[in-house]
Design a protein around this ligand. Sequence first.
Ligand code: SAM
Length: 276
Amino acid sequence: MDVDRRVAQHYRHGNLRASIEAGLHQLGKSSEKVTIEDLAPVDEFHIGGRSASKHFLDQLNLTQDMSILDVGCGLGGAARYAAENYKAHVTGVDLTPEYIDAGQALCEWVGLSGRVSLHEENALSMTFENARFDSAYMMHVGMNIEDKRRLFSEIHRVLSPGALFGIYDIMQAGSGDLNYPVPWATSAATSWLADAEEYKQHLENAGFVIVGEEDRRDFALQFFEKAQKANDVNGGPPSLGLHILMQHTTAEKIANMIGNIESGRIAPHEIIARKT
Ligand SMILES: C[S@@+](CC[C@H](N)C(=O)[O-])C[C@H]1O[C@@H](n2cnc3c(N)ncnc32)[C@H](O)[C@@H]1O
């Protein structure tokens, strides 16, 4: 199986849309009466969920009617948030067909299909014309992509001059093998971590200048601690949560992720770059 198929296979659920609908029903909601806030616990597949998206996207100077690219959009939670919050037009691309199918349904449920479109595409070879977008971002995707040089060149190609590109990825922070499985990979076979210096070097080689960066390790550990406390108080995870995406391996993946961060091997990190 080629790499793209292995990555998509890792994220494949089998019955995702119905599982999200079942979670909604448990909350007393339905697809006709759902908001992007209701969906945030399940459709933001990165450390810190919606609050991480707000912190990250606020740095991109997004404004009304901008055309924005979400690279590796998953179910499109951040894309819908950006469309609603900044009144922008957001295009998402992702390798995993089931995420695109379910994500499009979620856009219809919340009435955002006119401003958010999601497409099954590989970020390494997108079909968009040069300079198509005013800004782009990528959240927790680079860990699945070995060829970051090509990835950033491709994103640079589809951005207009002066556009900002934000990355919020899990990056290598120290030495030592990771404990697997983790949320983005079952084993090292589909995991390609790089440290922040490597990211910045690839970005600069592709034609970006770095305008900001922030280590989000402390934020991540506080987020996990709060989530664990809430689970303890409530006797388990909420009806809608990332356990729906990760299914029976959720506890193991989260425990490994926390252990890998606590031991200093990885950390979530933001980088903001500008196309020159
Ligand atoms: C951990 S999920 C994050 C999803 C989304 N960015 C979010 O934060 O909710 C990683 C996503 O990257 C996608 N992905 C990995 N490699 C990709 C590639 N080469 N092109 C497009 N999407 C890719 C996967 O299919 C998956 O949906």
